[in-house]
Design a protein around this ligand. Sequence first.
Ligand code: TPP
Length: 938
Amino acid sequence: MATDNRSSQSPWQKLYGPNLGYVQDQYDVYRMDANAVEPELKELFDEWGAPPAYSSTTSAVQSSENVSTVPLGKAVAVAKYVDNIRIYGHLDADIHAIPDKDKDAHMLDMATYELNEADLLDIPASVVLENPPAGIHNALDVVNHLKAVYTQSSAYEFGHIHDFEEHKWLTDKVEFGSAQSSLSNDERIALLKRLTNVEGLEHFLHKTFVGQKRFSIEGVDTLVPLLEQVVKDGVENGAKDVTIGTAHRGRLNVLAHVLNKPYKNIIAEFAHVALDDDNAVDKGWAGDVKYHLGESREIKEGEAVKARITLANNPSHLEVVDAVVEGYARSAQEDRSTMGLPKQDFSRAFTIMVHGDAAFPGEGIVPETLNLSQLPGFTTGGTVHVIANNLIGFTTESIDGRSTRYASDLAKGFEIPIVHVNADDPEACLAVADLAYEYRKAFGKDFLIDLIGYRRFGHNEMDDPFVTQPKLYELVNAHDTVRAIYAQRLQSEGIVTAEQAEQFVQDMQAELQAIYDEIKNSNHAEVHELLPPEEVTEHWPAIDTSVDEGLLTTINLNLLKWPEGFHVYEKLNKILSRRASAFEEGGKVDWGHAEILAFATILNEGTPIRLTGQDAQRGTFSHRNIMLHDETTGALYSPLHGLPEAKASFAVHNSPLSETAVLGFEYGYNVFSQETLVLWEAQYGDFANVAQPIFDQFIAAGRAKWGQKSGLVMLLPHGYEGQGAEHSSARLERYLQLAAEGNWTVANLSSAAQYFHILRRQAAMLGTDSIRPLVIMTPKSLLRNQVVASEAKAFTEGHFETVLEQPALGDDPSKVERLILSSGKVSLDIAAQIKEQEQENLEKVHLVRVEQLYPFPEHELKEIIKKFKNVKGLVWVQEEPKNMGAWMFVEPQLRALVPKRVNVQYIGRSEAASPAVGESGIHKIEQERIVTEAFKLN
Ligand SMILES: Cc1ncc(C[n+]2csc(CCOP(=O)(O)OP(=O)(O)O)c2C)c(N)n1
């Protein structure tokens, strides 16, 4: 809602009635001579400009009679004072569990405004507050009330929210609304018990498993009831999925108390005892440390599942899980079961994200993920963020770790409301949790809670924090735990007795001890090694991915129809309309065309598709154009949204300029909706390394560590075309180095039909145990080059081939002396060289394209090699330097394929630090040498 926020928050609204008329007169004087008006008014005009026009109907103020008697200077000062309590209250608020030396009360001191109590008593409340409630009579009442609101355990920062409605909603809620705590006695006792559970678990683990790391929650214990409250609010409001991202800090406690992971399982992990039947397919065979593991919990209503809470598995890499959980939520919010765009429902799911106070301002993925929050392709309708603020990052204090006052300040640029809350006041924390969810529900936007506590121990429990923070830890050691503080508070209010509070503590320790005794005394297996299951390590099952000619032809023509009156840009229309004849005699299908046909046929089989990437709708190289723009109205239309044969949704979004967050998001989306074909396209393959932790920690290893299945497709455009160090290589070597245990497929394709079939094969594998991510090295200039275009037959009869042979160059296999193996674009460059060769020479060579590099097509290559008994040499030709590309990966495998007498040789660029030269002339020389050498018989 765009509104004039400036006037809404300006002091003018406080100067009702006759005062405003006077101010306007004074403004006229000010315009002539700025120094001719009272200094307070000058300051006001300097800052706010002209006051709004006064009409006698503006603000029917209750006590305008009184107002007119207030000296204007005082009225202005008090208006400023009141506003500054709202804006600067946080500087003097009681938000630091361990008192903070930086408290600053200057802006909240009435003397700063040359006011005293008598002045305030003289000014009616209505001068500074619209509709003052009962009991608030004068400005002093207002000031006292606002100070109580803004400077106690919660401090609010809303000044950066520019939307009038939102700002007013927030202000109303905190000043006189439901944002203050109101727990019943039973609820307060339950809260004390919860804090006792939280502390009790840590204490038990601390004393029982001495020296084992657990990244204790102690100091921010209130995180647990706070998270529980947000979950409860969400589920009560109809959320079916709550997805949570959190790092190591306090994770075990969150697992136990928010995800209901049984204490028994947690204790067994510390005791290194295996409780469950191992199931490597579901759980992952490599496993992970306990403070990285996720969990899922069902909340039931009778037998029915009311909601599912999911804590995402995450690696040690701080904050990278943020984008992944947003992807989870988005996928849970979308109904993909019918044609068109998926139907998103914000209320169906939402995310809670826990951050570290050092990681939040420090790690770049945080702003990248926040930036997704309002984008149509990525929004999840508001995330509740919590900074578990324990003052320190490992050993680093905030003075060395951030350039901002608060850990949360980064969120201001995204207009996210921020509340700092003292972690030692659990009731205030619950009230903030409610406010956060209510705001999310009302406005569909993010909210941030800066939960300020401390860290009871070192970074982990073996670190001695006195080495680096001696003064702070003197205070921490002397500081009571939040459970003790809250127990004391309830005792002083007569709600529990000291004996009851102590009994809660004893009960918890007794429960945990009994569980541990049972584990110790029963015959549980010791932990043992697990192996990856066959479904994962075995190669792909054969899948027929051809499409019936009649269906394909119909789909092809339907893809060229748009709604009545929709005008496709003329130049593009011409290009697209050529596709109509692709299935006629002599017709061909190019790369972009093959892609949309693959998508259309996949949708026809009921599999939804989501594709994102920078400029993905048009395609970086203008080859895709899957979203059309009406040249007169600018309206958007995708032929896949109107295709009569489509039986599932299709989403394509241009992503923001981010790799890490977007790739993480898409990975999360796909993990959470295994039935959807999710594709991410790098603008150029090189840029994918910006998202390295998403590849390394999630996509390559997620299944082995956590049993987390994904069928994500990554398209990495590249090509050695004389464009310099970047954009040439898609760093194939990286994906091959990470390839093991059947973790993903890596392909480098040389035809449009191969692309069509591999996409269809991937779609057919979704939802099965054999699914794995797919990395495709896609071309650049070849995208629109007819050399990669394929004939109709290749779509209606073919299937994906892991290896392609160049159609016979000679008829007699016994004459072949040299096998030339290559992959991707260079295979076409080699093929183009054929015409330069003497027939006699051609008879001695046989060309083979390795289209799938991992899993390595050992069997298929063996079958080919078998045919050529007199081979003397096998060469691997690549464009990348020798230390890059596929060579290092394929060399040992090629050697294993041929007898020792066969010379296995490398042809390509020499080892180099940079993937390609900058000068296109040199590139040309190199390229010519490579393809010529490929044919040179030894
Ligand atoms: C990307 C990344 N860099 C460095 C680390 C090492 N590391 C682990 S915890 C930590 C401190 C984090 O501080 P904070 O965000 O305040 O969380 P806390 O541990 O204090 O809860 C660091 C630097 C890491 N895990 N991930």
